[in-house]
Design a protein around this ligand. Structure first.
Ligand code: GRF
Length: 200
């Protein structure tokens, strides 16, 4: 399964996916890592792993659609069966979603539909929920609102702050994302347009 990863920052989810591939337990190949930040640590990680990478700066484009079209051009230049958002912090335009050459998935650090948007872990701590977790979902034009593919539950423990909860959730993200990509690769999860079928 050919992947294109979009990442704005730290890149730990990208790295976890690449590590699973390197260990031979994920039948996929990351063809390209793209970022909207030239200084994203994710790009350094990609370079260290020998994976082609590129950054586009929003400031170089007149509007979101033009930026997204440039992004699409880069994606369409490589083999791509799945677009994997891994900490990509820019909302994708409808044009991108419609024209994308492959399904787009995202991972979000809460049990959606609870706590969409930024600082999901802080929202969970502030609300006082006793469990949270992570969600892999299809990307549509509603922020964190596409069809849910998989979720993993993580406890919220007494004394948790945003960072402690985020670290516990992140460890689970690193497992879940690769599991889901593996199941897409082997056909156990089928994606057609905006719907997901999971076979046992
Ligand atoms: C993760 O918590 C992910 O759920 C969210 O952004 C964060 C990205 O972290 N969408 P990283 O860049 O993969 O380390």
């Amino acid at each position: 399964l050919n992947l294109v990863v979009l990442a704005s920052g730290r890149g730990s989810n990208f790295k976890a996916i690449q590590d699973h591939i390197d260990r031979g337990d994920l039948a996929a190949k990351i063809q390209l890592v793209l970022s909207d930040h030239a200084d994203a640590p994710a790009l350094d990680l990609a370079q260290a792993a020998g994976i082609p990478q590129a950054a586009l700066a929003a400031a170089d484009y007149p509007d979101r659609v033009r930026f997204d079209l440039a992004l699409l051009e880069k994606i369409k230049a490589v083999p791509c069966d799945l677009i994997v958002l891994a900490g990509y912090m820019r909302v994708l335009s409808q044009v991108f979603i419609k024209e994308a050459p492959a399904p787009i998935i995202n991972i979000h650090p809460s049990l959606l539909p609870a706590f969409p948007g930024l600082h999901a872990q802080r929202q969970a701590v502030d609300y006082g929920v006793k469990v949270s977790g992570c969600t892999v979902h299809l990307v549509n034009d509603i922020l964190d609102g596409g069809a849910i593919i998989a979720q993993r539950v993580v406890p919220v423990l007494p004394g948790d702050d945003e960072d402690r909860l985020a670290a516990r959730i992140l460890a689970e993200e690193h497992r879940l994302y690769s599991e889901v990509i593996g199941k897409i690769a082997n056909g156990q999860i089928k994606i057609k347009d905006q719907s997901v079928t999971i076979l046992d």
